[in-house]
Design a protein around this ligand. Structure first.
Ligand SMILES: NC(=O)c1ccc[n+]([C@@H]2O[C@H](COP(=O)([O-])OP(=O)(O)OC[C@H]3O[C@@H](n4cnc5c(N)ncnc54)[C@H](OP(=O)(O)O)[C@@H]3O)[C@@H](O)[C@H]2O)c1
Length: 289
């Protein structure tokens, strides 16, 4: 249902490239042409402006909606000029809040349904029964097809799953952020057939410019491997994630057309097991035990 690469929109608008409506439309088309049909949003992106900017672009060519899957998130209440009622950053996963946020996202995105709604961050006050009530309402009214979580530990995911079926956990995973390989989050995805989505699959881009020793070692190895596969180091790093048996879907952070166009090349790179561990070792700085 989702594409193997997901286009993250966090930096398309006010928090990054500040695209105008035509540029949004152009990025959407570039993604669709490249087979990247799933788009990742959150209500808070661009201080609550990016969804609506994307929706304006979609209005220009609404037939494109049928070719894409829209993922969005709610639950973070972020104080900013668009939300003067929030005195302090907090989480809200109450029934009323989730329903109101999803309905606002539907309006912003100019769509009649959201494909997947994720709870953006685990809320210490979350009540799974109340969340299930909100999900049930949104599903029965056709407003949201599926639900998932983001940044949830395995037990937090279990908590919600005990009350309502969920289909994804969007977590930070990259060669520089390897905890999910070891802390059970990716194991849980395999066992429970959840889709793992990787945010910051390239470490938020820092990997390319960082003075961090681990990042430098990783780039050095990725460069050698990229020559062997006649490709680019960033695509090797995406291939590294794609190769995990849990079926990780990287959420791409770029807002550059040429990078979006090239990204699917990563799907054709099959690293050997030893090459995969060369990148792990470069990041960890030591051999595996
Ligand atoms: N669930 C959550 O809590 C959460 C948190 C953060 C993000 N997300 C989602 O994940 C998506 C991706 O996150 P991210 O932006 O951190 O991902 P990322 O892909 O790791 O980083 C994107 C950054 O890397 C740069 N970049 C990409 N390829 C590069 C290359 N070859 N050389 C140099 N720089 C390169 C991009 O710059 P250019 O634009 O110039 O290419 C961009 O600034 C977001 O859009 C959002 O949808 C979710």
């Amino acid at each position: 249902m989702l594409s193997k690469l997901i286009a993250g929109t966090m930096k398309w608008g006010r928090w990054g490239a500040k695209c105008d409506t035509q540029q949004y439309l152009s990025h959407i088309k570039t993604c669709l042409d490249a087979g990247i049909t799933s788009f990742d949003h959150a209500d808070i992106y661009g201080d609550y402006t990016t969804e609506a900017e994307f929706g304006e672009a979609l209005k220009l060519q609404h037939s494109l909606r049928g070719q894409m899957q829209l993922i969005t998130k709610c639950g973070i209440a972020r104080p900013c000029t668009n939300r003067p009622q929030f005195a302090i950053k907090h989480y809200n996963t109450s029934r009323e809040y989730i329903i109101a946020a999803a309905e606002q996202s539907l309006m912003n995105l100019c769509t009649d349904h959201i494909d997947i709604l994720l709870i953006h961050r685990p809320d210490p006050l979350m009540n799974p029964d109340e969340m299930a009530e909100a999900f049930t309402y949104l599903q029965q009214t056709g407003k949201v097809l599926h639900f998932g979580v983001s940044n949830f530990t395995t037990s937090q995911t279990e908590l919600l799953r005990s009350r309502f079926p969920i289909m994804a956990n969007q977590i930070e995973v990259s060669v520089l952020k390897r905890e999910p390989f070891l802390n059970g989050q990716l194991d849980q995805c395999i066992v429970q057939k959840l889709i793992p989505m990787a945010w910051s699959p390239l470490g938020g881009g820092n990997i390319f410019s960082s003075e961090d020793e681990a990042a430098k070692r990783v780039i050095a190895v990725a460069e050698i491997l990229s020559q062997e596969y006649a490709t680019q180091p960033d695509l090797v790093l995406l291939a590294w994630l794609l190769q995990h048996p849990s079926g990780i879907l990287p959420v791409l952070g770029t807002s550059r057309a040429e990078r979006l166009r090239k990204a699917p090349e990563a799907l054709n790179i099959q690293l050997t097991r030893q090459q995969w561990f060369m990148l792990w070792r470069a990041a960890a700085g030591v051999e595996v035990p």
